[in-house]
Design a protein around this ligand. Structure first.
Ligand code: LRH
Ligand code: MN
Length: 383
């Protein structure tokens, strides 16, 4: 089994996965949960230490604001990770009730644009080059506002942010079908995000969050199409059974994850030089967070390993010959291949534990942090 294609592959983990999270019904708290970005990064670094796969941590502003960004950057580097994408937050200010970058009020749009200019400064201070913009803006009732007017305002606001970016910085523009708006979102689908990116320029690319589509959507088709346009900037990996459940990637539909990564491998986009940022965007509402993150990065690696086993030549030949069953069988053979043993061997060869979850549980890190992190306010949704 040649899995050299895994060399250099890395996954970015989200700081917010280590804080408390939940649903509108309940946010559960857990002993030892981080109380600040330093502790979030320390926990995230455990995932990289045990898997060798997760060497970047995404931050969310203002959740991860600190007094000294250079010091936080040093803390990350001391723990073997780097600061990854900087996520703006347009969903927690009262002023944004009727929208942020699309709001009819120019003063509120200005506030939302300025928030992104602050995020660009955080990127300069932390060495991050990815600005991730998810727009919660939308409508709950038909007629509530002009669908077209909002697009014009959005284009103007995004232009103001884009023009403030440095040449090495990227905008990652995320779309979502619904929630928190329930009639229309202003960036509901990949096409709308792509249109705005094409209008902005080369440094604007699309983020595909696997939980942001209508049930039954063929997500790998969207991956293929964005790759064709060279505008797939990043993934927010997670899985879902119904809505934006933000569950462990691959847990709900491992075959879908395999199909997505098959399109990535077919285009050679798994290679670091593709510039695609493979990120997780998850919440561990009821399960232990660090083992949940370890399981997640291993699920992505496993799906990628299976995709790398696809016999591309035989597949192309069967497709050319119109041999439907043979073509499908070639893909299914790769999917049905158990790669867990060879991946454990690969870890062992790199001085990493064969079973990272077991190694984490045996490390006592969870107990140690639970006993140390007394007092203060736990981080997380609703904190
Ligand atoms: C929105 C989203 C976005 C993040 C948030 C934590 O649903 O996917 O990527 O800002 O989750
Ligand atoms: Mn997301």
């Amino acid at each position: 089994m040649n899995l050299d294609g895994l060399d250099g592959f890395s996954i970015e983990v989200p700081s917010w996965a280590y804080g408390n999270s939940g649903t509108r019904f309940k946010v559960f708290t857990t002993r030892g949960v981080p109380r600040n970005p330093y502790e979030k990064i320390s926990d995230a670094a455990q995932v990289n230490k045990l898997t060798g796969l997760a060497n970047r941590v995404s931050l969310h502003i203002p959740w991860d604001v600190v007094d000294d960004w250079a010091d936080l950057r040093r803390h990350a580097e001391d723990n073997g990770v780097a600061i990854g994408a900087i996520n703006s937050n347009l969903f927690q200010e009262d002023e944004y009730r009727l929208g942020s970058l699309c709001n009819p009020d120019p003063a509120i749009r200005r506030k939302a644009v300025d928030h992104h200019l602050q995020c660009l400064d955080v990127m300069r201070a932390t060495g991050s080059t990815d600005l991730k913009v998810w727009l919660p803006d939308g409508l709950n009732y038909p007629g509530q506002d002009s669908l077209r007017g909002r697009q014009e305002r959005l284009a103007e606001s995004l232009r103001a942010i884009y023009d403030a970016m440095d040449p090495d910085q990227r905008m990652l523009l995320e779309y979502k079908l619904f929630e928190p708006a329930f009639y229309s979102m202003d960036i509901p689908d990949w096409g709308t995000s792509l249109l705005h990116c094409l209008a902005l320029g080369e440094q604007a690319t699309v983020v595909l969050d696997t939980g942001h589509h209508a049930p039954g959507t063929n997500i790998e088709f969207i991956v293929m199409q964005l790759l064709r346009q060279n505008r797939l900037g990043a993934f927010d990996f997670n899985s879902r059974f119904y809505a934006d459940d933000d569950l462990i990637v691959g847990a709900a539909d491992p075959f879908q994850l395999f199909r997505i990564l098959s399109e990535i491998v077919a285009a050679g986009a798994h290679r670091p030089e593709s510039g695609i940022n493979f990120m997780l965007d998850q919440c561990h509402n009821i399960e232990d967070k660090i083992p949940g993150q370890i399981r997640s990065v291993l699920n992505v690696e496993q799906a990628l390993a299976k995709a790398l086993l696809i016999d591309q030549e035989a597949l192309a030949e069967a497709q050319r010959a119109g041999d439907v069953l043979a073509a499908n069988a070639i893909l299914m053979d790769a999917y049905e291949t158990d790669v867990r043993g060879v991946l454990a061997d690969r870890r062992e060869a790199r001085g990493l534990p064969r079973d990272p979850v077991a190694a984490y549980l045996a490390s006592g890190y969870g107990e140690k942090t639970a006993s140390e992190r007394v007092g203060g306010t736990q981080a997380g949704w609703g904190a």
